[in-house]
Every structure is written in structure tokens, then in C-alpha cells.
Ligand binder design. Structure first.
Ligand code: ATP
Ligand code: MG
Length: 168
């Protein structure tokens, strides 16, 4: 397990972080995103999709709960959830949304704390806080993501993106 802290001072920086993580994830991975309205969860996911090489621009899935993004060949690669409008896990299970965890692709879940009990323990968990243009972003990589963490670390160091490794 690894925990990092990084500061973003612009929406572009948050997207750049998403891109670095998007370059490191693979099918079956789960990324959870928590933080208040307007924290930057969708902005991060926009970068994530770009890092994964997906052609479409990410928009908020608030009304549909989940949006699917395909690669250039039309294969679904990213499932972008916003569970803000769900009351709890029961809503999630009733809609059969947990089946996405078994599909080929990456799941990114905004407001994941709403469905906490339905989440896999293994995930990259982001919690975003702050206001104005400044955001403090805490990132937890569980053991499954050790390799992804190394790749993100390399990208961030190469691109001069600063972060603090809080260890674990
Ligand atoms: N450092 C920053 N990182 C991300 N967004 C920022 C930052 N500074 C300002 N912003 C602004 O904050 C807003 C973030 O919006 P975004 O839709 O990504 O938030 P969200 O967490 O997905 O919100 P919601 O809970 O409503 O889905 C944008 O308007 C963006 O321009
Ligand atoms: Mg959003």
C-alpha cells in the first residue's frame, strides 16, 4: 500500500494527474474519486481517458450513473460512474451496476463513498479537497497497484509533477 499527497493548482494539473494514471492502468482496474461538488473528479477522469488513449471527451455521467468510453476500434475501455444520485449500495446492486467490475475495462467511480460496501478493496483511491483553484489530492494505491504506482511515479518525476510520498 502506498499513499501520496499532491497539490493541484489548476484544472489542467488535475487532468495531467489523471493522464499519468491513465497511462498506468489496465483492464480490471478500479479508481475511486471522492471529494465535494466541483472538487475535480470529472476533470481528473477527463485526463484519465486521455492517458488511456481514448478519443472521446469525458462529460459528467450524473444523469445516467455510468458512461462508457470506447477506444478507436469501438471496444469499451472505460466505465465512468457518478453515484451521487444513488442512495446506497442497494441501488447500485438493484441496477446491476456491480457487473461492470467483471467487465473488460477500467472503472472510475465518482462519489464512491456512496457505494463503499460494494467497492473492491483493491483500488486506486483519490480523495480531493480544497477550494479556489487549489486542491489537495490524496492517492492510495493498494497492493494490486504497486506496478501502476511505479509507472505513475516515473511519469510524474519525468514531467516535474510534485508529490509527497506519505509511505504507509
Ligand atoms: N486545481 C483544480 N483541479 C480541478 N478542478 C479545478 C481546479 N481549480 C479549479 N477547478 C474547477 O473546479 C471544477 C471541477 O469540476 P468537476 O466537474 O471536475 O468536479 P467534480 O468533482 O466532478 O464535481 P461533481 O461532484 O459535481 O461531479 C471545474 O470548474 C474546474 O475548472
Ligand atoms: Mg463530476
Amino acid at each position: 500500500m502506498a499513499v501520496w499527497k499532491t497539490i493541484s493548482t489548476s484544472v489542467e494539473m488535475t487532468e495531467q494527474l489523471g493522464k499519468a494514471i491513465g497511462e498506468a492502468v489496465r483492464s480490471g482496474d478500479v479508481i475511486t474519486l471522492d471529494g465535494d461538488l466541483g472538487a475535480g473528479k470529472t476533470a481528473f477522469t477527463r485526463g484519465l481517458a486521455r492517458g488511456m488513449g481514448l478519443p472521446s471527451r469525458v462529460t459528467s455521467p450524473t444523469f445516467t450513473i455510468v458512461n462508457e468510453y470506447n477506444d478507436k476500434d469501438g471496444v469499451p475501455r472505460l466505465f465512468h460512474f457518478d453515484t451521487y444520485r444513488l442512495s446506497n449500495c442497494d441501488d447500485f446492486y438493484d441496477a446491476g451496476l456491480d457487473e461492470y467490475f467483471d467487465r473488460d475495462g477500467v472503472c472510475a467511480i465518482e462519489w464512491s463513498s456512496v457505494i463503499e460496501e460494494a467497492l473492491p478493496e483493491e483500488r486506486i483511491a483519490l480523495s480531493i479537497s480544497g477550494n479556489g483553484n487549489e486542491r489537495e489530492i490524496k492517492i492510495t494505491f493498494t497492493p494490486r497497484y504497486q506496478e501502476a504506482e511505479m509507472r505513475v511515479r516515473e511519469t510524474m518525476e519525468k514531467e516535474g509533477m510534485r508529490f509527497e510520498d506519505l509511505g504507509m
